[in-house]
Design a protein around this ligand. Structure first.
Ligand code: ISE
Length: 324
């Protein structure tokens, strides 16, 4: 039996996933597309036989026609979708961020903890990228000695007109917060932001571009992330990992139009693994704790943006049993 998926949110990421599931994923089909904008949902459903449009999310998840839910609404709407879906006991792939702030992310963690089993995977797709995995394996095996530093780049051709300095952190750098946690296997303990000359392509007040975000991990791995989100020429994500005995570099030759192209294989692997896991009754991949930890890093990052040059500590609650 195929996994019957409801996709909630038919915007940029939702449509990308709909197309992916419909054309490329095995053992799954879309049975519901939910969007408050009915016309948008109708457009997304075209050509998908057996799928229904819903404007009401609760109706979709209680229809009896849905085994799993992929959440692709804007982050501020996630909690309202996640909590009822947990209550229904349905597995979830939730696009990043889990929720926009650590307080709401913690509520989700607690709700899942209370159930006593994992149902949520967070859509941090970089964990499924081949280059990221090569670095992670080298860190875990210790074959080149200890990891000492990570120097990363995150380049976007442009961002929406209303993009703020805060979005730079909670929409863009959130990927590095998770990526660094994944690559090092450690929590991030502190964040700092440095800014300088701004590009004349920046359209919104308060967005500093380019910027540099510095992080420290528990064992003292030094991390820098150079962001440039109005770079015009393309999308690029690079990582240079310095070990005691060598360095590894990933992504340097990959400048593409957007993240959909750059991470297409990562997204495909992420969604297929999730589908296969759902069918086996197992949830793997980045979990709600990872989503919460990233939200806590973002909070520190937002304070760091407001006070360039100061180091802001990341505050984390104690990790619940379920995630240990
Ligand atoms: C988006 O969510 C992504 O996944 C991209 O990697 C990131 O560059 C972009 O800023 C985000 O909006």
């Amino acid at each position: 039996e195929d996994l019957r998926i409801a996709v909630v949110g038919a915007g940029r990421m939702g449509s990308d996933h709909i197309e992916r599931i419909h054309h490329r994923m095995r053992r799954a089909r879309i049975t519901a597309i939910v969007d408050i904008d009915e016309a948008r949902a109708q457009a997304a459903i075209e050509g998908i036989e057996g799928a229904r449009v819903y404007t009401d999310f609760t109706e979709a998840i209680t229809s009896g026609d849905v085994d799993a839910v992929l959440v692709a609404t804007p982050g501020f709407l996630h909690e309202d979708v996640l909590l009822p879906t947990l209550t229904q006991g349905l597995p979830i792939l939730c696009e990043k961020p889990l929720t926009p702030d650590s307080e709401s992310a913690w509520r989700v963690v607690q709700a899942e903890s209370a159930l006593g089993r994992k149902l949520i995977q967070v859509g941090f797709m970089r964990r499924f990228d081949a280059g990221y995995r090569r670095i992670r394996e080298a860190v875990a095996s210790g074959e080149h000695g200890e990891l000492l530093a990570l120097d990363c780049e995150h380049i976007n051709p442009d961002v929406p007109a209303a993009y703020t300095g805060g979005n730079l952190i909670d929409d863009t750098v959130v990927h590095e917060f998770d990526g660094v946690r994944f690559l090092t296997g450690e929590e991030i303990v502190a964040v700092q932001v440095r800014t300088g000359k701004d590009s004349r392509k920046v359209q919104t007040d308060g967005l500093k571009d380019p910027a540099q975000i510095l992080m420290d991990t528990e064992s003292g791995v030094r991390v820098s992330v150079n962001t440039h989100v109005t770079a015009q020429y393309g999308y690029a994500v690079t990582t240079r990992a310095a070990f005691e005995q060598t360095h590894l570099q990933e992504g340097v030759d990959q400048v593409l139009p957007g993240f959909e192209e750059r991470f297409v294989d990562a997204y495909d692997t992420e969604v297929q693994d999730w589908i296969d896991g759902c069918l086996r009754g197992e949830i793997a991949g980045p979990d709600a704790w990872d989503g919460y930890a990233a939200a806590a890093c973002c909070e520190a990052g937002l304070r760091a943006v407001a006070a360039p040059g100061t180091t802001v500590d990341v505050e984390l609650n104690e990790k619940p049993e379920l995630y240990r």
